[in-house]
Design a protein around this ligand. Structure first.
Ligand code: SF4
Ligand code: MG
Length: 315
């Protein structure tokens, strides 16, 4: 069953240097219970895309348009008041990048987890805290963590608490922005296992944003590569990892360390493009060793070659 459908989404910002095209014509679909991983280097627009979906926009918005359908409801035509009351935190929630450091130091963890229920669902405090405790147990912590303050928790425990805050209202969709990047490898694996369990037991739908293409493989059903504000490839996870088609995805794959490091890691030459004046034609062309004449002149459309890829090689 289709849960989310995003079409031609754009989010541009006004700056003194010009208009930043952070999200530039992005489309994808997501079924209930699926996880879409969005991968790409920092600055490619991943976080802007998630903010565009949950509609937490900065003040300097220049353009915000396209279509977002959640469970058949058109979110873009909804006014801010309705969106705030009915959608944000109730139907779509988000774990922000670095959120584990933004827990309130003077409030007990149980209260912070319970808060969205009190604010957005009008549940009374006693019941909300009970539900927070139940959730802590489901996330592999004990009830007694509810009584602790953030400074009494390890990084991994804090991240569980932050994920609990996003889960407590039982939203249809949870967006996780780099949820494990601040954690050590073992804690990262524990959090990924917890997310996998949630995905199965609650049929939870996730958008998982990461710069680490290998982390995404654990949870993802589909993977999208983002480059310069655009999705340049989107595929079922197994195809994506076995046969990436886009030259940029192929480079990202070669930059991943493996346990048996037989080959030298390759880094991708050049820097991600500036989103104010992106390169002409294919935005990846200045860094692409397969670039052809047409790549410099014309923006490639999305071709279907078993899955979608935005590259002239597949014309
Ligand atoms: Fe490389 Fe051309 Fe494909 Fe862009 S369109 S990724 S420049 S081959
Ligand atoms: Mg980011």
């Amino acid at each position: 069953m289709k849960l989310l459908s995003v079409s031609n989404l754009k989010l541009y910002y006004k700056t003194t240097k010009g208009v930043v095209k952070a999200v530039d014509d992005v489309s994808f679909d997501l079924n209930k219970g699926e996880t879409l991983a969005i991968v790409g280097e920092s600055g490619c627009g991943k976080s802007s895309l998630s903010r565009a979906i949950i509609r937490l926009l900065p003040r300097n918005v220049h353009t915000y348009e396209g279509k977002i359908m959640l469970n058949g409801t058109d979110l873009m035509s909804m006014d801010e008041e309705t969106f705030r009351k009915e959608v944000r935190w109730r139907k779509i929630s988000m774990v922000f990048q670095g959120a584990l450091n933004s827990l309130n130091p003077v409030l007990k963890v149980g209260y912070q987890i319970a808060e969205p229920l009190m604010i957005h669902m009008k549940v009374n405090e006693k019941e909300a805290i009970e539900r927070a405790k139940e959730l802590l147990v489901k996330l592999g912590l004990s009830e007694e963590f509810a009584e602790r303050y953030p400074f009494e928790l390890s990084g991994g425990m804090k991240q569980r608490a932050v994920i609990a805050i996003a889960l407590i209202t039982n939203p249809d969709l949870i967006i996780l922005d780099e949820p494990t990047s601040a954690l050590d490898v073992i804690t990262q694996a524990n959090i990924m296992n917890m997310l996998k369990k949630l995905k199965r037991s609650r049929e939870q739908t996730f958008i998982f944003i990461t710069h680490d293409i290998s982390v995404a493989s654990e949870l993802a059903d589909k993977v999208a590569t983002m480059y310069a504000g655009q999705i340049v490839e989107i595929a079922p996870a197994d195809t994506f990892y076995e046969e990436p088609l886009h030259p940029y995805t192929q480079k990202l794959m070669k930059s991943v360390p493996t346990l048996r490091r037989e080959k030298m890691l390759e880094s991708i030459p050049g820097a991600p493009p500036n989103l104010i004046n992106p390169p002409s034609g294919c935005r990846f062309h200045p860094r692409c060793d397969k670039a052809m004449d047409i790549c410099r002149k014309e923006d490639p459309p999305t071709f279907e070659r078993g899955h979608s890829v935005k590259c002239w090689l597949y014309r």
